[in-house]
Structures are given as structure tokens and as C-alpha cells.
Design a protein around this ligand. Structure first.
Ligand SMILES: [Zn+2]
Length: 112
């Protein structure tokens, strides 16, 4: 299950960030999800909620997915959002952005 391993990775990343900063609570995890990553963000959020359930550190944690539009570049100099066909020369453009799943921010609460 593709989405499950992604959700688990996001959880593990957030958890190690939280431990590193001696967090008492994880509040929000922001994630960029490229449209070309072929994942369903809603399903990732759902699975994430299932995984974090037994972790008190994550009791109030919210996973926020931001969808990222694909960006491509072609050898002829074209750059834009066409993913299958370069509008200038007809070649297959190279995907430079839009396949990534990256944690951009982990919001935590620390003890005073
Ligand atoms: Zn081209």
C-alpha cells in the first residue's frame, strides 16, 4: 500500500523532529505533495490519523497536505507545466517538480 508507507514516513519524520526538539506536543505537520506523486492526499491524512492514534505526542496533530503543480523543462528551452508534450518541439519534457512528497514544517510545543 503506497499511501500507507508514505503516511508512516511522514509520521516517523515528524516524530524524530519532535524528539530532537524535546516537544511535548506535535501540533501540525505541513507536507507538499506533488500532483505527479500519484498519491491521494485525503487517504494519506486518513492513514496518518490511524498511525498516530496510539502516540500521545500526536494526540492533537494535524497533517496538512498542499498539492504542488508539476513543472517541466525541455532541452529546447521550454519550461512550464506541460507534462507529456513540449509545446515548442514536441519532445517529452523532463519533470523538475511535482513528484515529491516533502515535510515542509513541523509545528510543535515545547516545555517552558
Ligand atoms: Zn522542447
Amino acid at each position: 500500500m503506497h499511501e500507507y508507507s508514505i503516511a508512516y514516513d511522514l509520521y516517523a519524520t515528524a516524530r524524530s523532529a519532535a524528539h530532537e526538539h524535546h516537544a511535548i506536543k506535535v501540533k501540525k505537520i505541513s507536507v507538499d505533495v506533488g500532483r505527479m506523486a500519484m498519491v491521494n492526499p485525503e487517504q494519506v491524512v486518513f492513514l496518518f490519523d490511524t498511525i498516530k492514534e496510539d502516540d500521545p505526542l500526536f494526540q492533537y496533530a494535524v497533517l496538512e497536505c498542499h498539492e504542488i503543480s508539476p513543472e517541466t523543462r525541455c532541452a529546447c528551452g521550454y519550461s512550464g507545466n506541460e507534462i507529456y508534450l513540449c509545446p515548442k518541439c514536441g519532445a517529452l519534457p523532463e519533470l523538475v517538480k511535482g513528484r515529491e512528497i516533502v515535510v515542509t514544517n513541523v509545528e510543535i510545543e515545547v516545555e517552558d
